[in-house]
Design a protein around this ligand. Sequence first.
Ligand SMILES: Cc1cc2nc3c(=O)[nH]c(=O)nc-3n(C[C@H](O)[C@H](O)[C@H](O)COP(=O)(O)O)c2cc1C
Length: 327
Amino acid sequence: MTISNWRETRLSRLLATRLPVMATGLHWLSNADYVAAAVNSGMMSFITAASFADLQALRDEIQRCRELVGGRNFGVNVSMLPKLLPGDRTEEVMALILEERIAVVETSGRDPSAYVAPLKASGCKVIHKVPQLRHALKAEAAGVDAVTLVGAECGGHPGESPVGTLVQGVLAARALRIPFALGGGIASGEQIIALLALGADGVAIGTHFLTAEEIPAHEDYKQRLIDAQAGDTTLIMASVRNTMRVLRNETTETVHTLEREGVNDIQQLLPHVRGILGRAAYISGDWQQGALSVGQGVGLATRMAPLADLIAEFEQQADHALQRLCP
Ligand SMILES: Cc1cc2nc3c(=O)[nH]c(=O)nc-3n(C[C@H](O)[C@H](O)[C@H](O)COP(=O)(O)O)c2cc1C
C-alpha cells in the first residue's frame, strides 16, 4: 500500500466511490441531504427506508437525493426486524428499490437471502451488515456482494455477544473471501489505515458523522455528543435479546432499573425505547429522552461541521498515519 492508493480498495471499486468509506444507515437521520453530502464527498451512503411513514415518502426522498448527487450512485438501507412480523414492509420496500433502480442496498437485521438474487439481477449491489462473523459467512454463501461487520463499540446494534472491532477484523480477514468493511468506533483517519492493515476493504461510520451539519437534528443534541466522553454510552435491552449501544441518559437509567428488576418483556420496555421518542429528541434537542443510538467513537467528536469537512479531516489523518508508518 502506498500513500497515494489507500483510497482504492476492492470496496471502493465495487461501489465506484473515491474513498473506501461508507456513511451507513441512520434511523430518522440519513435523509437525502445527508446521503448526498456523503456521496458528493466520495463515500457511499444510504437513505434509511424505515424512517419514512409510507412508500411514497421514501420514493420522494430518493428522487430528492437523485437531484442532489448529480448522477452519482447512492444507496438505501433496509433494516429488517429479526423476525418477520405482521405489517413488515420489507417486500414492498425491495420492490420499490428495484423499480427505482437503486445502485446499492445495505441490509441489516434478518437474513437477506431471499432478496439477493432479484437485487443482483437488476444490477444492484447488496451489502449485508452484521455484528457476528457467522452471519457474515452466511451472507457470503447467499451471494451478497460485500458485508459490513460491526464491533462492540458501535452505535445501534452490536449483537448479543458483542466482539470488539479489532478482533472482528482479524477473524473476518481470515475467513471471508468477499470484500468487507469494518465498523464500530471508527472516528478518525488513523483507524482507517489500521483496519485496512488488518485486511478490511473499507470502513463503515455512523456515530462520528452525527455532528455533521447535514444531520437533521437539534444543535443541543449535537453539542451533547461533542461534550460526551467515550464512556458516556451504555448497552440496554440485552434482557430482551435486542442489545443496543446508546447515549447514557434518563431513559437508559429507567431501562436499566427495569432490567435489574427482572423485566424481560419488550412490551414493558417499549414505552421508554420506542423509535418515535428518539425522533422527538432529535427534533427538540432534549437528549435525556429516548434510546439514542451512539457508539464509543463519540469520545472523538469535536465539532459541528459540513460532512465534507469531517471526511477531509479523516483523509488528512489517514495520510499522516501512513506517512508515519512508511516515511
Ligand atoms: C443514530 C444511529 C442510527 C442508526 N440507525 C440504523 C438503522 O436504521 N439501520 C441500520 O442498519 N443501522 C443503523 N445504525 C448503525 C450504523 O449504520 C452503523 O452500523 C454504526 O453506527 C457503526 O458504528 P459507529 O456508530 O461506531 O460508527 C445506526 C447508528 C446510529 C448511531
